[in-house]
Write a protein that binds this ligand. Structure first.
Ligand code: SF4
Length: 244
């Protein structure tokens, strides 16, 4: 079993890797190495700096190759704690994460579509502020890494390690089979920086207007777009599995 540095995760348990967790980490690293070898210089790493999965993946990928470009979508509506984590990660890993922005500032969006579009049509808001900048950026690559996992949500239950993402891109989810315990064990073992809001009751963190603390007993993502049926920003909808 891996050595661990026990730290409290969000909640009260101390997460350490079991044997299945050790295997999951090894599997993830093998996926990362294989994809980087297959698309040398052509893979980018998406990190929201909002959840521990993305931070674990950031650490894992940069251990394999410190030169993988890291990016995040700065919607203009992120929490100060998220910006602080970007800075901490930049210093910790010696990286310069690329911030992607919408063509419209938050103010310009309000002038064109009215105030607080997220409260009336979050799909349209996410499409402009998140999906469009992301799509434009990854179009310059062959593949992109994401930290999404099967256990995070029903919409993610079928996540595969690699999936076709549109006509040409490949979306790679090395942590596809990690449990929450696997993620926190990895974070603890490698002293990975995480968003300070986890310590304030936010397990899943996106934009300020669309992120609440989940009610007791509710799943971790239930505080996202609360009051809407929406569960995804659009970056991860309906990928197709890569054959073979
Ligand atoms: S998460 Fe909310 S505020 Fe952020 S882009 Fe989506 S709808 Fe807009």
């Amino acid at each position: 079993m891996m050595m661990s540095v026990p730290r409290l995760r969000c909640g009260t348990e101390i997460a350490v890797h079991g044997e299945s967790g050790v295997a999951a980490v090894a599997r993830a690293e093998a996926i990362v190495r294989e994809v980087l070898a297959q698309y040398p210089g052509r893979v980018a790493l998406a990190c929201s700096f909002g959840g521990p999965s993305g931070m674990a993946l950031l650490d894992l990928v940069l251990r394999v190759d410190r030169g993988v470009p890291v990016y995040y979508v700065d919607t203009g509506l992120l929490f100060p704690e998220t910006h602080a984590l970007v800075e901490r990660a930049a210093q910790r890993y010696g990286i310069v994460p690329t911030a992607l922005h919408s063509e419209l500032s938050v103010q310009a969006q309000a002038e064109r579509y009215g105030e607080a579009l997220w409260a009336r049509d979050p799909d349209a808001c996410c499409a402009m502020r998140k999906v469009a900048p992301h799509r434009a950026f990854v179009a310059g690559y062959d593949a992109w890494f994401t930290g999404i996992r099967r256990v995070q949500a029903r919409t993610r239950a079928d996540v595969e390690p690699t999936a076709r993402d549109g006509e040409r891109l490949v979306k790679v989810s090395p942590l596809f089979d990690w449990t929450d315990e696997d993620v926190w064990a990895y974070v603890n073992e490698h002293d990975v920086p995480v968003n300070a809001l986890h310590g304030d009751g936010y397990p899943s963190i996106g934009c300020m207007p669309c992120t609440l603390r989940p009610a007791p007993g509710e799943d971790a993502r239930s505080g996202r777009w609360a009051g809407f049926g929406k569960t995804e920003c659009g970056l991860h909808l309906a990928p197709q599995q890569v054959p073979g």
